[in-house]
Design a protein around this ligand. Structure first.
Ligand code: GLC
Length: 556
């Protein structure tokens, strides 16, 4: 497979590079520090491009690298056309983009435009007076009308999305932190500014955009009361505002249609219909849906594999004919996949990590792999609030403390689910600070870096890393894994997830044991007829029986 567009007219599906892509997500703050300040940077990424290429991935998605006061680690942008100083310069960015392109790797940028930073020039102007030209770039509620109807904020210490600002005696809206005021998409000037910013990056040659929190962008600016719903039911309450589709069509027309770029928005609405409408090629909005249902399943007390299979099978069938999905089990807003979905004990961590990667890389939909998952990185097990850096964790801790809530319980929840679990530094080697930095890392390392690291895994043919490379090879050389029809097998099996992929006469079967006991696929497959493709144990069996956390791929 090449990274170039591969539109083939006579195929039953439209084949394109972004369907065939394998996306590797880099959290730049945590990937590789080149100057010893404890924060990852672009030169650090540049120094690891050969490693990234060696993974067999074909695109990278970078979390925000723009100028930002870092209230939410870069998701609060103060200048959309400048690189965060801690990360480097625009020259570094250009060198990185060139380096990735020379290696056949596409680059996808995070576009954070549901909100900006309160330190963005637009907001500074907007808050300065009621008749400033930028006033309507944000959502304001004049205080003489009384308090605005309640809106919940995800990161606010009081949970209130309206923040009073005395300069103009008005409240501004912030669905995330107080330093992340929501942009007013209802204002055409705001939309034009955003399209110009996107064109600035597309003109540089970036290959795609991931639209952060975009399902919340369009709002009913009469700000009505929402009777009868839990104010914390965020997506139900706020997603898919009245003009969202219109804005996406407009963005598509202004930007996407003019470049060979892929587009994906975070979140896929409230229903399959919403998701479809976002990505149906005939509607000219986005390319692929990125739905949360799969990552919402694991809970500290465990989860049901039946539910997991149901979610992924339903999403697949909803997109069987039209539209395209993203497949992922982790990102920078989630704890590590091996700790959430499988088993991170010394005995099973490596098998589990390989098994989960087998899932991601054999499903229909574009796979997204989160940095470090190719090594089987796991949750670090933080026990003290001082170890956490994420505004979501810190503000919620404060809110619970202020209201006399159960902090012990909250600390347990953080240990399982905090976003910081997935943000610990990349583990390059077993020495010093894991080869991530020569200084003090901005967030603690996972103590297991002595065993789990690139250098160690590089030299071990059985490592999670080398197995991952086999998987990417397999996906790239077998269109059945990209485009093949998906069929769930043995749906009632509570511990084994098995499915087939079919394409142009090929029939592949993937079997994944999600438990620590032996498992078996109950189906009428003729086991005598199966050829081994890949497995995560030495000498895999092809008879439908599986050892703990075993993954086996066979084909007829
Ligand atoms: C998205 C990002 C998350 C960020 C939030 C606010 O959900 O993925 O990291 O905190 O938007 O920008």
């Amino acid at each position: 497979m090449s990274c170039e567009p591969t539109q083939k007219k006579d195929q039953p599906v439209n084949t394109t590079w972004w369907k065939e892509a394998i996306v590797y997500q880099i959290y730049p703050r945590s990937f590789k520090d080149s100057d010893g300040d404890g924060v990852g940077d672009l030169k650090g990424i540049i120094s690891k491009m050969d490693y990234i290429k060696s993974l067999g991935i074909t695109a990278v998605w970078l979390n925000p690298i723009y100028e930002s006061p870092n209230d939410d680690n870069g998701y609060d942008v103060s200048d959309y056309r400048a690189i965060l100083k801690e990360f480097g310069t625009m020259e570094d960015f250009d060198a990185m983009l060139k380096g990735f392109h020379e290696r056949g790797i596409k680059v996808v940028m995070d576009v954070v435009v549901n909100h900006s930073s309160d330190e963005h020039e637009w907001f500074k102007q907007s808050r300065s007076s009621r008749d400033n030209k930028y006033r309507d770039y944000y959502h304001w509620w004049p205080a003489e009308k009384g308090k605005p109807p309640y809106r919940h904020s995800l990161f606010d210490v009081n949970g209130d999305a309206w923040m009073y600002d005395s300069t103009t005696n008005a409240y501004y809206l912030h669905y995330f932190s107080r330093k992340q005021p929501d942009l007013n998409w209802e204002n055409p000037a705001v939309r034009q500014e955003v399209y110009d910013i996107m064109k600035f990056w597309a003109d540089k040659g970036v290959d795609g955009f991931r639209l952060d929190a975009f399902q919340f962008a369009s709002k009913d600016i009469t700000y009505p009361e929402y009777p009868g719903l839990s104010p914390t039911n965020f997506i139900e309450f706020y997603a898919m505002g009245p003009y969202l589709h219109d804005y996406l069509k407009e963005m598509n027309q202004a930007v996407f249609s003019k470049y060979d770029v892929m587009s994906v928005a975070e979140g896929a609405g409230k229903t399959y219909q919403d998701a479809h409408d976002l990505v149906d090629a005939d509607r000219n909005e986005l390319n692929m849906a990125y739905a949360f249902d799969g990552v919402d399943i694991p809970k500290p007390e465990g989860y049901s594999l039946l539910k997991f299979k149901e979610v992924f099978s339903e999403w697949d069938s909803a997109f069987a004919e039209k539209g395209w999905l993203s497949i992922f089990l982790a990102n920078h807003d989630q704890a590590r996949m091996v700790s959430r979905y499988a088993n991170d004990s010394a005995e099973y961590r490596a098998y589990s990590a390989k098994m989960l990667s087998t899932f991601i890389l054999t499903m229909r939909g574009t796979p997204y792999v989160y940095y470090g998952d190719e090594l089987g990185m796991s949750n670090p097990g933080f026990t003290d609030i001082s170890q956490y850096k994420d505004i979501a964790a810190l503000n919620e801790y404060q809110r619970i403390k202020n209201t006399g809530g159960d902090l012990d319980n909250f600390m347990k929840a953080l240990q399982f689910g905090s976003r910081d679990n997935g943000r610990t530094p990349m583990q390059w080697n077993g020495e010093g600070k894991a080869g991530f930095t020569t200084g003090d890392p901005w967030i603690e390392l996972n103590p297991n870096y002595a065993e789990v690291n690139v250098e160690q895994e590089q030299n071990d043919p059985q490592s999670v890393l080398n197995y991952f490379r086999e998987l990417t090879d397999l996906r790239k050389s077998n269109p059945v894994l990209v485009y093949g029809k998906y069929t769930l097998l043995d749906p009632a099996n509570e511990t084994v997830y098995a499915y087939t992929r079919e394409w142009e006469g090929e029939l592949w079967t993937v079997m994944l044991n999600f438990s620590d006991s032996e498992g078996r696929v109950d189906s009428d497959i003729d086991w005598s007829n199966q050829n081994l493709v890949l497995g995560n144990y030495e000498s895999p069996r092809t008879d439908g029986t599986l050892r703990p956390y075993e993954a086996v791929i066979v084909k007829r």
